[in-house]
Design a protein around this ligand. Sequence first.
Ligand code: CUA
Length: 311
Amino acid sequence: MIGGTVEAFDKVFLWITAISVVVLIGITLVMLYFVFRYSRKRNPIPSHIHGNLWAETLWTVIPTIIFIGMFFYGLEGLRALRTVPDEAMTVHVKGQMWKWTYTYENGATADTLYVPVGQPVKLLITSADVLHSFYIPRFRVKEDAVPGRTTYLWFEATEPGISQVFCAEYCGLLHSAMLSSVEAVPREEFDAWVEQGAEAVAEEEAAVEDGGETEAADPVEAGRQLVSSGACLTCHTLDGTSRIGPTFKGLYGRTTELESGESITVDADYIKRSLREPSAQIVKGFQPVMPPQDFSDRELDQIVAFLESGL
Ligand code: CUA
């Protein structure tokens, strides 16, 4: 059902597994034969053998052929994984604690990787903070996301469907929750989706330009956008339940006890400081696990406006 990287990978995998099974059975049979044939009963006086040219040549030449075969098969597979077809479309992937974000050539962004069926997709992968690893088991591809560097991989979905994406490099507390998915959809559906995504981004940018530095189109909406497009909702909720961090519901204006024993009221200053230096004032009962967030002053104001709005 899926070609390209899957075929290349599975061929090598099956080849090596098949060889391993044959070798395992071969060695086991020979061993059983020797145990039987040369037991003390059948061979009371051990014979001393000083070399056997045939046996030595065979056990050198056969494994050499097997391993060279594995090497070339593996090399061919590696080449298939690293050679991106010319017609591939490019999507940028950013990993951060603890979320994957996808950006398309036309500016559209998403946290699910939508791809058209039947087109190779090249991913340019990077990280905003620590090492992550972008892994799609179904397409047999995995590549590290390294801060300050761009790595790549490619795959092709040959039929519609949803495939799981994992982070495969331990990156902190919520490593195991750093999930996402690939959604392969028919060409026309994809084109419409990506077009719409780009328009939404363009509208947002236009709104920012119109609004200038002082007034945004709607700060509450902009804040909501930032909170849901950032990694915030991996740890915080909007519905009142506690997860890794306190919920955002009813947060603003609340009096809260900190780990230090101090009592504070959640206001704009507290929220802004908690975004820039998350470990400075930890709410009682929570762990200092949040990475500092890189928001501009304007974005901080929008997030505050959103939290103050009562959600
Ligand atoms: Cu990101 Cu593990």
